[in-house]
Design a binder for this molecule. Structure first.
Ligand SMILES: [Zn+2]
Length: 343
């Protein structure tokens, strides 16, 4: 008796036939049609995109010279009434325009947690926690790195959550509020990352056509959608997030910020990520990640690899499965960004 409901939902998953499944053959016209209609549907699923933005109105709030790099706290305008704070990390030896990375944190204390800072914005030793300060590490590898604060984390939380603890997100109430208004948290974060690309492209120190991105967990999910929709991202690393909806989001408890009405009926994660093709895409996954199971990661990657192969771009898609759980691995993924953005 108790298994009836499991059976019912399994049947729903089985019956799901994504409307925008990736084409399986090499046909330019078919592929372009697919991309155009799927991007349009995905943007509509994510909702939340304002008709137009005003000026960036970017300003620098503070600057700190650290041993490893220069760090600026900046802020620029998103949609009306929304300001996006971010850390800009600048290599010490920067003399000419450099490639840039947008680094997006997963759940935790927000942007400080990947930039080698305490939640109180004080400098600390690098490498702590599951996110291993990958933004700081990428800067030390010569990239200009922008770390935007995502809605619901760190500085961009409701006051009631700020008073609880540094890692208490505002995800639940914000996501539910947005859903009630026909918007989604994923969509708001995606358009804030798009706005972050606008900001990077406005900086003389950045090579505007060599911008990539790296994110983990919730940050990886945000980048999955952004890379699918914004071709200005020339190479993307998604750590601990790419899987199948069926094996992760639908089967295991996940934060409310993951839920996008309609999207499952439109495409699986491989179909979302297929929109990146032929741009370079790197996935990393811990063998023991218990919220993005390896079986789903592998099935997602296999579908992507097949598609890249069809288009003679198989050197542009990689998967790194490492020993460990839900965390940044680095190494190969850092090299991948260097290879594709520093040509
Ligand atoms: Zn969340």
């Amino acid at each position: 008796m108790m298994k009836d409901m499991d059976t019912y939902f399994e049947r729903l998953y089985d019956q799901n036939q994504p409307q925008y499944a990736m084409p399986r053959e090499r046909n330019q016209a078919c592929w372009e049609n697919w991309r155009e209609s799927w991007q349009k549907a995905l943007k509509s699923d994510l909702a939340s995109f304002p008709a137009q933005y005003g000026e960036l109105n970017a300003r620098t709030i503070s600057e700190v010279k650290r041993k490893e790099f220069r760090q600026q706290l900046v802020v620029f305008d998103g949609e009306e009434g929304m300001q996006i704070p971010a850390y800009l990390l600048i290599p010490n030896d920067l003399v000419k325009p450099a490639p840039a990375i947008i680094a997006v944190a997963g759940h935790g204390a927000g942007m400080t947690e990947i930039a080698g800072l305490t939640p109180q914005h004080e400098v600390r030793d690098l490498g702590e926690g599951y996110q291993k300060d990958f933004a700081a590490v990428l800067c030390m590898k010569g990239f200009v790195v922008l770390v935007p604060e995502m809605l619901g984390f760190g500085m961009r939380r409701f006051e009631e959550d700020k008073q609880k603890s540094a890692s208490q997100s505002s995800c639940f109430r914000m996501s539910m509020n947005l859903l009630m208004m026909g918007k989604t948290m994923a969509g708001v974060r995606v358009r804030d990352v798009m706005r972050s690309i606008d900001y990077l492209q406005s900086l003389p120190m950045v090579k505007g056509d060599q911008i990539g991105a790296m994110g983990i967990s919730g940050g990886g999910t945000t980048l999955m959608y952004t890379a699918a929709l914004d071709e200005r991202l020339k190479a993307t690393v998604i750590s601990g997030a790419a899987c199948t909806y069926r094996d992760s989001i639908l089967k295991i408890f996940h934060c409310s910020d993951n839920f996008v009405p309609q999207v499952y009926g439109h495409g699986e994660m491989c179909d979302v990520l297929g929109l990146c093709l032929p741009r370079p895409l790197f996935l990393e996954a811990g063998r023991d990640d218990d919220i993005f199971p390896l079986c789903g990661v592998k099935s997602c990657y296999e579908a992507l690899h097949k598609a890249y192969q069809i288009w003679d771009a198989e050197d542009r898609v990689e998967l790194d499965v490492f020993e460990g759980g839900h965390q940044i691995h680095g190494g190969r993924s850092y090299e991948f960004l260097q290879k594709w953005l520093k040509k």
